[in-house]
Structures are given as C-alpha cells and as structure tokens.
Write a protein that binds this ligand. Structure first.
Ligand code: PAF
Length: 280
C-alpha cells in the first residue's frame, strides 16, 4: 500500500494509473475503521482496478468542538486493516494540506439540509460537501462508496455530484450491523460497557416500528418509537422521523408508492448514535 500525505503526489500518482487505463474505487473515511468501512472497501476493490482510501478527520464538519476532540484516531491500526483488504493507496493529509486557507464555500442543498441531521448539526453537511468535493477532485475516482447508515449524507453527496456535474458513480452500500443489531460506527468505541449493552435496543425499536407500520399510521408509529424510549433513562432521543427516500422530507401518511425510511438520532450517555430502517 502506498501512503501519500500531499495532494499533488496523490494526484500525479493516480494520473499515471488512469493513463494506464486503470479504474479507481474510492472510500473516503475519517479513520477509526471498522467492519462497515471494510465492507465498502472490499466492494470497491472488487469493482475497480485500484482501491483508494482517504483518512481525514474533517474539522469543518463537526459543529461540536468536543465531538471533534473526542473523535477516535488510531492510524496504525487503520493501516493494518487497510492492508488486510489490499488497499492500494492511502491518502492521509494534514488539516493544513486540505485547508491552507479559510473555507468560505457555501453549498445550497435546499430542503435536504434543513431536516434531521441538517437541522440538528448546523454547518455539518456544508463541511461534508466541501471535503468530499475536494477529495473527488484529488482522486478523480470512477466510483465512490458510501454507507447507508449515514443515509442523509449519501443523499447530500448524490446532490453534490449532480449539482457540480462531478463524473463519479456514487455507490450506496447497506448498513453493516454487529451480531446484536447495533449499526457499526466509529462512535461505538466510545460507549461504556453498560451503554454498549443497551445500544442494540435502538435497532430493536426500529424493527418493531417497521412491523407496526403494517397497521399503524405515520403519527402513531412516531409516537410508538418515542414511547419505547420513555422509560429507558439511558437514552435521549433527539428525533425519530419518517421521511421519503429521495428528498428526505417528512412523511405524514404512508403510501405504498413512496419509498419511506424511519430515521433516528439518539444520545446514549455522551455518544450520539444514528440509525435508520426502510419502512416501505
Ligand atoms: O462518513 C464519513 O466518514 C465522513 O462524513 C466523510 C464522508 C469521510 C467526509 O468527511
């Protein structure tokens, strides 16, 4: 595996590979790699000649400074995991390399950024848009792989690619879960033992919500989810929303022809977890 920290080195090297006719599959990450990331990478490696991974904890997508400070970092372990999936190129830049000047770019993602994660984390999706657009510009991948756990992020990136006419295929990948149902996330590492035991409850409730959608209306499903958490003091539900699968706008009435997901954000102790489930 080759590791680059400079933009120009990465660009130049990948250009020589493209000139040889090789295709590039790209997985952008913030490190603290887990099986969910590795699944994206295996798929990218399978579907392309070269697997390129970036590790960059992007400061401008954190609206909470404590969250940025506490974000897990362990590059040496990450490198071993990257070797295990035969990663070809790791792009590992410093903040100064990515942002030599103050970032002023403002994207207009419309309604997509005003709901759920966008509403809860002001500036977050602009920060994601800026870094992903920059990473695409550096790596010029044929395909880029994103997990559906961050479903709204995926929708934002599809919108970014369409708005900026970026020649990349965005490939959505299913959520990877632990055996007990907890969606894999770098943040899971920060859960205490007790919190880790409680965490699978989030997906249990989502599954029950899906089952109940056979006979309950949208409002009742939302109420059901909130009620399920009301006597579980360890959880603080930020939102549970039913939304369509394209624009992510709230759904007030379930219809067979409108793809609908249930989205949840929960604080468990000091860790904020998100998850989702397809309802229709
Ligand atoms: O999902 C992530 O890890 C990040 O938001 C991403 C896409 C790497 C951008 O920093």
């Amino acid at each position: 595996m080759k590791t680059f920290s400079k933009i120009t080195d990465t660009r130049d090297y990948l250009q020589t590979k493209r000139d040889q006719g090789l295709t590039v599959g790209f997985v952008p990450t913030m490190g603290a790699l887990h099986e969910g990331h590795l699944e994206l990478m295996r798929r990218a490696k399978n579907e392309n000649d070269l697997l390129v991974v970036s590790i960059f904890v992007n400061p401008i997508q954190f609206n909470n400074p404590e969250d940025l400070l506490k974000y897990p970092r362990d590059v040496e372990t990450d490198k071993k995991l990257l070797e295990s999936v035969n990663c070809d190129i790791l792009f590992l830049p410093e903040v100064e390399e990515m942002y030599p000047e103050e970032v002023t770019k403002k994207y207009e993602f419309g309604n997509l950024e005003n709901v759920m994660e966008g509403a809860s984390r002001p500036g977050h999706f602009n920060g994601v848009g800026v870094v992903v657009s920059k990473l695409f510009d550096i790596c010029i991948p044929n395909r880029a792989y994103f997990g559906e756990k961050d479903y709204q992020q995926l929708a934002i990136i599809k919108k970014l690619v369409s708005m900026e006419s970026i020649p990349v295929e965005v490939v959505p990948c299913s959520i990877v879960r632990e055996n007990d149902g907890l969606a894999m996330s770098s943040r899971n590492e920060r859960l205490t033992k007790e919190e880790r035991k409680s965490a699978p409850y989030i997906f249990e409730v989502l599954q029950e919500a899906k089952e109940n959608s056979e006979f309950l209306c949208a409002n009742r499903i939302k109420q059901f989810v909130i009620n399920q958490f009301s006597d579980r003091e360890e959880f603080d539900v930020e939102y549970f929303e039913l939304a369509d699968d394209v624009d992510l706008q709230p759904i007030t009435s379930l219809k067979k022809d409108i793809g609908t997901l249930g989205f949840i954000a929960v604080n468990l102790g000091k860790v904020r977890l998100i998850d989702n489930i397809r309802i229709i």
